[in-house]
Design a protein around this ligand. Structure first.
Ligand SMILES: [Zn+2]
Ligand SMILES: [Zn+2]
Length: 448
């Protein structure tokens, strides 16, 4: 660590109470995607002394530049997610929103706010060969599909994921390198640099005809039976998914009929079709659609299959030595034992819209602990606020500094060795091509 880095860590320590207080407040006031107005407001207030702040990006996103913008500047973005999960039975669920921070995104936002204390120090600012952009981004969790579909219909957004939307509106055009974070209750601190699955989202409607299930079943058209045939057909395809593609097809029945003695006339389902590469989930998506058709054809129901683009697979970086150095520097000041500096972490089969970002912009990611329980689970709780908030802030701050010192040497190197998979235009083309609606007309056999 150089002298300035030591100074940065000391500054963050001096603001420890303030940072933890901010983290607690966000934890207690969880909000759902594209509705994070309070959280965005708090973040914006914390950024007030920055040179320039833009709000309302993709509805609730807030982008704040540490220094005045300069043509040709290298911009390193420290990114945090604003949203939480619809978990109503956590003791800290926000009663107003029904949301709880069981994915720990409160640590991300707090990490950014804490990092700013160090990065705004005049001596530190002077040493940065570029600008730092603090970006609070909306809607990472792919939940409340109907609400998001309504926003799309109303022309307020185009895609379900906040980062996807920010790419589309050009809000990430001037970002050269991004640093992201996620909570991991299973570690103290580690690098996160691995493939994640991409996915498309499916909503399926089977439309049959109600009738007395015992007295007159021959007059009904059973939408639930169509769903049974469809899912059996889908399960028959699973053997054809290649192991190396890590295909995951999973979902639930969101409406499954009205009563035991009434033939179900309306059945709806939501599914995700995931894989670690785009051709594989497109292939699985076709098999999914075919299976749904099979159910409708067999029973003679109507059927609607709506496909929405989800997220892309995450592309890991070749070289993340600078991330390892930042984690090591910060953790060397503590006694934490569970620190993993493995550069290439094992693939995971979940999805994140960081995948979309990583297809266009180099992305460093790290994880910190400080929680008990499991992500997306009612048992998640912050138990070590130093680790959850203060350590996160320190790693964010050192990453920005290390990338931007010496005339942004590291940031420039990272950018030069990165080949984007898409431009903004070709990304939007792909996303739009994944959007589909297929309608099958009902074709029941006439009852005798
Ligand atoms: Zn999550
Ligand atoms: Zn998350």
């Amino acid at each position: 660590m150089d002298l300035l880095e030591k100074k940065m860590l000391k500054i963050i320590d001096e603001h420890r109470e303030e940072i933890i207080e901010f983290g607690r407040d966000i934890w207690k006031h969880a909000e759902l995607g594209y509705k994070e107005f309070r959280t965005a407001g708090k973040f914006k207030d914390a950024m007030a002394s920055n040179a320039e702040t833009v709000e309302g990006l993709a509805i609730t996103g807030v982008k704040s530049y540490l220094k005045p913008r300069k043509e040709g500047d290298i911009n390193v973005c420290l990114m945090g997610e604003l949203d939480a999960l619809p978990i109503t039975n956590h003791r800290d669920t926000n009663p107003e929103t029904g949301a709880a921070h069981c994915c720990g995104h409160n640590s991300q936002i707090t990490g950014l706010v804490g990092a700013k204390f160090a990065l705004e120090d005049p001596e530190v600012q002077e040493a940065l060969g570029g600008n730092v952009v603090f970006f609070a981004v909306p809607a990472e969790e792919f939940v409340e599909i109907e609400f998001k579909n309504q926003l799309i219909e109303d022309g307020k957004i185009s895609y379900g994921g906040g980062k996807c939307e920010l790419i589309k509106i050009g809000a990430l055009d001037d970002i050269d390198v991004t640093v992201g974070h996620h909570t991991d209750p299973g570690c103290d601190a580690r690098i996160s640099n691995n493939v994640t699955n991409g996915f498309v989202n499916k909503t399926v409607l089977f439309k049959g005809k109600a009738s007395h299930a015992a007295g007159a079943p021959e007059y009904g058209v059973d939408a639930l039976a169509a769903r049974d045939v469809a899912v059996t057909a889908l399960n028959a395809q699973r053997e054809t998914f290649r192991d190396q593609d890590a295909v995951r097809v999973h979902g639930f029945v969101s409406r499954g009929g009205e009563a035991m003695n009434v033939i179900a006339d309306t059945v709806t389902m939501e599914y995700s079709v995931r894989a670690n590469n785009i051709p594989a989930y497109q292939n699985a998506s076709e098999k999914f659609d075919r299976s749904m058709r099979a159910g409708a054809v067999a029973l003679g129901t109507g059927c609607e299959i709506v496909t929405l683009p989800g997220y892309l697979p995450t592309i890991p970086l070749e070289n993340v030595d600078v991330m390892a150095e930042a984690i090591q520097d910060v953790m060397s000041c503590y006694d934490y034992k569970n620190v993993d500096l493995e550069r290439h972490t094992p693939a995971t089969t979940g999805s994140t819209d960081y995948g979309d970002l990583s297809s266009l912009i180099p992305l460093f990611q790290f994880k910190t602990g400080g929680y008990v329980g499991e992500l997306h689970n009612v048992n998640m709780d912050p138990v070590d606020e130093e680790l959850a908030y203060v350590v996160t802030a320190k790693i964010f701050a050192l990453m920005a500094y290390k990338l931007l010192k010496n005339n942004a040497e590291e940031a420039r190197k990272t950018k030069a060795s990165f080949t984007p998979l898409f431009t903004r235009e070709s990304y939007c083309e792909l996303m739009d091509s994944l959007r589909k609606k297929e309608v099958i007309e009902p074709n029941p056999v006439k009852p005798l």
